[in-house]
Design a protein around this ligand. Sequence first.
Ligand SMILES: Cc1ncc(COP(=O)(O)O)c(C=O)c1O
Length: 461
Amino acid sequence: MTNSVKKKSGKTAAKKKNTPDIAIVPDYVAPSLTNAALVARREAAVPRGVASATAIFADYAENAELWDVEGNRYIDFAGGIAVLNTGHRHPNVIAAAKAQEDHYTHTSFQVVPYEPYVALAEKLNSLAPGDHAKKSLLVTTGAEAVENAVKIARAATGRSGVIAFTGGYHGRTLLTLGLTGKVSPYKKDVGPFPADIFRAPFPSVRDGISVQDALTGLQNLFLTDAAPERVAAIIIEPVLGEGGYTPVPFEMMHALRGICDEHGIMLIADEIQSGFGRSGAWFAIEHSGVIPDLITAAKSMAGGYPIAAVIGRAEVMDAVIPGGLGGTYAGNPVACAAALAAIDVIEEEGLLARSMEMGDIFRARFAEIGARVAPFRMWDIRGLGAMLAVEFVTDFDSAAPDTALNKALISQALKRGLILLGCGMHGNALRLMVPLTASDEIIEEGLAIFEASLVAALAEV
Ligand SMILES: Cc1ncc(COP(=O)(O)O)c(C=O)c1O
């Protein structure tokens, strides 16, 4: 770390505390903004519906660290909501994006197509599970990918019904909100939602819903509201994201595959949060061995650039007529280049194996910290690989969700320089989205802050 920041003028300014080594940003100038002033401007200019989990404003970020505009340093265990499996500004991702920018930044694939789109589609087709022929559509956001997966499934089957699950999260557009299984804050006051969307129960230890109960619920749905021959797709997150980082039991995933095969229904795996190494595999569904018909992907696919995909069986993907898919910005070339580089990083740096290793480290350390400072308050440590969550309860007997403790922990951690994010139907789970490129030292530093913050939070609630 240097201890001064070079101004654009060439003069050297006094460096703020912990300001990063700016060697790779030669004209970096530390801002003179304050978080409080920006919060006030933001409140006046931006609608309150766009809530932020923190009241700090970003200035600079690198790998698993971030600095705010006041020069405060944070360890980032949230990764911009699971977008940064390859870390903030991975040098290879940045270099690929810059190289692309020197050629062209936009032509619209529907007007003048370009090779990076095709190369990314080829790569995604080769990474997705299953030996069958595949094709990929590129769009910009996760919700857009889900919308398109539903359109494709409808065109391929000639049916309209879609079944989603309790606690599932699929986006904030009206169709994807219809699929999302949580009212507050996402669906409150903004309905009605599109027709022909049905909800089946997700298996839940907390709610006493076994896999068999969940499957019975689905069969009942077929009898009561959604005749299976009218259902185009069943969409499920192989590990619930916003809903609490709960993996779908493999037995359930296999049963869904069987039900879809029996009734000619498309199985859509929504891997927007769980994909690209988060769970220790390219796609979390691979852990179960089930092959879906369609996969939606986004987030960590491009290391911080906005791009999303639908990957699926070639004949299914081709069901929509020419012109029926796309979008002005869909598959932006800079984001395609970034995605190809991010995928290479995951391969070259062995990040799938690192995710499994990280998962083991965090599981063991969370359990140890829980036993030491919060006995009988960490009810569950669950997930796949580094897609882990810790669920807090008031006590083990009632297992009542302790949302207050989780909130206090998150806010205590931020004060100490660690960014954490919650999840779950009751907001009492903490999810781990730390870059898979984070070093053991950074992880340990973050865990030490986690422990101190948990102690402080327990004293506060
Ligand atoms: C599983 C899942 N599906 C869909 C989405 C929506 O993606 P986006 O926010 O990019 O629209 C998300 C976002 O968190 C997600 O986790």
